[in-house]
Design a protein around this ligand. Structure first.
Ligand code: UFG
Length: 339
């Protein structure tokens, strides 16, 4: 069964391609490599022992997308990762985010029915919850204003999917996966996160500091109303997260979805503070980390973590990797990359 994976050379995309292939699907990648490297394809080959078809196109290019779907006859479903994801950059360049993140989804939604494709898994984010009133957040927790244009694009994309599903004649079934914070790398250390330039996200910043690329980590604030004053997040191993996509695709293809749009949190159900992540990294890597406490980062929510019950009950999805093992895999990947 062919599954088109947009952004399949990216961080979560590449790990999902591996899980798809190992579950017996035939993943087809499209990627414009704007935030990923061709070397990822070599990593996939090393893990899977064969090439994964990859088309270098922009997902927002309808004609190019049609060309791929014609060539790759009989694609059954799509997992749509292709998007920009840097919160800070989205504040500086909002138009770029709306054009790319919303535009690529619109193109997909226009083209998929032409090829009879009725199954879509969409990468959403816990940023759609904004600053929640209560924790943990369930899928029924009301969304609040997003703290960044990036988050707003995810809210808009969710709304677009819902509006389309309600339109007469709609045949598309979509599962919206709201990711919490993906970390870690494939156990083979053949693929992992490849941030271009200075990392925005915590864990690549930590590993780059530990390996000597960065001088020190700045922890963005320790005066929040949390266990130790630093932000709390739900860190999920990227391979666990990838496996949620397999469960979602399977559910769609088996026609088991009970609604045209279903939404799932994909997290561990546990929150960890930034300091806890740092301490656990030190234990997992045996490295002492140089860090300082700095001012709060604009746009950060104090704390968020998932209620993961619905994904467990409906998708049969449970995470299996501890924070320690996730961080150990990030460190192994960083050592493979070196300086
Ligand atoms: N942090 C630091 N120092 C750093 C980087 C991060 O203290 O140098 C802290 C942040 O303040 C935050 C935590 O580490 O408390 C995690 O920050 P990340 O930037 O790694 O991730 P976010 O929680 O900001 O995640 C958001 C969205 C995700 C989205 C991600 C994309 O919640 O949905 O940004 O970058 F995928």
């Amino acid at each position: 069964m062919k599954i088109l994976v947009t952004g399949g050379a990216g961080y979560i995309g590449s790990h999902t391609v591996v899980e798809l292939a190992q579950a017996g699907y035939e993943p087809i990648i499209i990627d414009n490599f704007s935030n990923s490297k061709e070397s990822v394809l070599g990593g996939l080959r090393a893990i899977l022992g064969r090439d994964v078809p990859c088309h270098r196109i922009d997902c927002g290019d309808a004609e190019a997308l049609r060309g791929v779907l014609k060539q790759e006859d009989n694609v059954q479903g799509v997992i749509h990762f292709a998007a920009f994801k840097a919160v800070g950059e989205s504040v500086a360049e909002p138009l770029k985010y709306f054009q790319n993140n919303v535009g690529s989804l619109l193109t997909l939604l226009e083209v998929l029915p032409e090829f009879g494709i009725e199954s879509l898994v969409f990468s959403s984010s816990c940023t759609v919850y904004g600053v929640p009133d209560a924790l943990p957040v369930t899928e029924a927790t009301p969304t609040k204003p997003a703290s960044s244009p990036y988050g707003r694009t995810k809210q808009m994309c969710e709304d677009i999917v819902h509006d389309l599903a309600a339109a007469p004649g709609n045949k598309l079934y979509t599962i919206l996966l709201r990711y919490f914070n993906p970390i870690g790398a494939h156990e083979s250390a053949k693929i992992g996160e490849l941030p271009l330039g200075t990392p925005n996200n915590l864990v690549p910043f930590i590993t780059q500091t530990a390996v000597g690329i960065r001088e020190k980590l700045t922890i963005f604030g320790n005066d929040y109303d949390t266990v130790d004053g630093t932000n709390v997040r739900d860190y999920i191993h990227v391979v666990d997260l990838a496996q949620a996509h397999i469960a979602a695709v399977q559910r769609l293809l088996d026609r088991k979805a009970t609604d045209t749009v279903e939404t799932f949190n994909v997290g561990t159900g546990h929150g960890n503070s930034v300091l806890e992540v740092v301490q656990t990294f030190e234990q997992a890597s045996g490295q002492k980390l140089n860090y300082v406490i700095g001012p709060r980062r604009p746009g950060d929510v104090p704390a968020i973590y998932a209620d993961a019950t619905k994904a467990a009950e409906v998708l049969g999805f449970k995470t299996s990797t501890s924070l320690f093992d996730s961080l150990a895999s990030s460190w192994k990947w960083q050592l493979t990359l070196g300086k």
